[in-house]
Ligand binder design. Sequence first.
Ligand SMILES: Cc1ncc(COP(=O)(O)O)c(CN[C@@H](CS)C(=O)O)c1O
Length: 422
Amino acid sequence: MEPAPSTIRDDFPILEQTVGDAPLVYLDNGATTQTPRQVYEIFEEFYTEYNANVHRGMHELSHRASVAYEQAHDRLAEFVGASGGRKEMVFTKNSTESINLVAYGLGMSELGPGDEIVTTEMEHHAMMVTWQQVAKRTGAEVKHVRVTDEGRLDLDHAAELIGDDTAIVAVTHVSNVLGTVNPVGELADMAHDHDAYILVDGAQSVPTRPVDVEALDVDFLAFSGHKMAGPTGIGGLYGKRHLLEEMDPFLFGGEMIQHVTLTDASWNELPWKFEAGTPPICEGIALAAAADYLDDIGMDAIRRHENELAQYALERLEARESVETYGPPSGEERTGLVSFNVDGIHGHDMSSLLDDRGIAVRAGNHCTQPLHDWLRIPGSVRASFYVYNTEAEVDRLLEAVDAAADELPRHLASDRYHDRIL
Ligand SMILES: Cc1ncc(COP(=O)(O)O)c(CN[C@@H](CS)C(=O)O)c1O
C-alpha cells in the first residue's frame, strides 16, 4: 500500500509553515528536496553519540563512525543496483563533483585529439561545461545530440554521432527542465558497441524512479543527496569496479593513500582512493537513511506519483492559451516537473507573484542556458514535485498562474529578483 502524500507530509514539518499569509506550497524539488525527520534526526544522534573522524582513530567512537560511514556506501550502492557495494560507490559533494571526478579521472587522462565526447543539447551545466572544458584541454571534440521539437533526444542523431571515435557518452537521465526521461540503457548499448564509456547524470532520476545501473549497464552514474530527501554536501558516483580501479584520483591527501615517501605515494583501496581528506561523515550516514526512507515508499510508487502530478499540472497548463509549456506533451511519461511561461510575463515576475502566494517555484535558466537558447526563451518557470506534494497544491499553483495573467502588468520586470542569477 503506497503511503498517501498526506501521511508522508507528517515527516516534513517544514511544510506546515505559512509564507506571508498563505500556507507554503513547495514546488522547487528539482533544485532541492525537503528532508524528513527520519533523516535530519540522524544528525542529533551522530553529534550526541558517536561523532569522530573515520578510519583514523583506534577508539570506540571512531570505530562506530567508520562502520556507519562504510555501511552507508554499501547502502547507496544497493539503492542504485550496484552489486559491488562500497567498491563501486564513491561519496562526493554532489552530482557536479561526481561528474568532475570522471572528467578528471578518465577524461583528462585518456582523451586527446581525434577522440570525441558525445553529450546532448539538454544537459545541465554540470555536464555541459565540464565536458566542453575537458575537450578544450585535451584536444578532444564535443558533439551534441539534438533535442526534438517535443523535447526528446533525437536517437537517430545519437546513432549518427556515436561511432568509433567516440570515447565517452555523457548524458542526463532526466532533464531538469523538460522532464524528459532519456533511454540511457539504449544509449549505453550504442556507446559500448563502439567501445566508448557512458556517464549518466542521475541527479533528477535517482531521486524519482528506480535506477538499476547493472540493468542499464551504465559505466558511471552521478547523483546528489539533497535531491533525494537527503542533506546537502553529499552525493555519489557509481562506477564499475574495474573502471574505478583503473582511474587515478584527482584529489590528493590523507585517507586516499596507502604508503607515502618524500617523492611518491600509493593509493588506498576503493572507494577511499577517491575520498581525500575528512569526508562529510554524518551527511553520508544520513544519505543512507534517505535511501531507506525512499525505499520504504517505493521508488516505483514515487515514479508514478511524480508522473501523475506532472500530468495533472501539464494538462491544465496546456489548456491555457496564454501558457507555453516545454518538454514532451501530456500523456507521455515524464518526471515530476513542468516548465512553462505565461505570455508577456517575465519568469521572475511570475515566480515573485507565486512567492507572494506562498508558492515556491524556480524561474530562470535552471543551469541549462544552451537548452534555453535552443528553446529561444531567456528562461522558464519550473514547478517540480516530490513525494509530499498533492493535486491540491497544483490547484493552488494554477489559481495563482491565472491570477498573474490578470494582475501583473505585461512586461513589467520586477527588480525583486532581476539582479540575481537564477
Ligand atoms: C540534471 C542535473 N544535473 C546536475 C545538477 C547539479 O546538481 P548539484 O547537486 O548542484 O551538483 C542538477 C541540479 N539542478 C538544480 C540546480 S541548478 C535545478 O534547479 O535544476 C541537475 O538538475
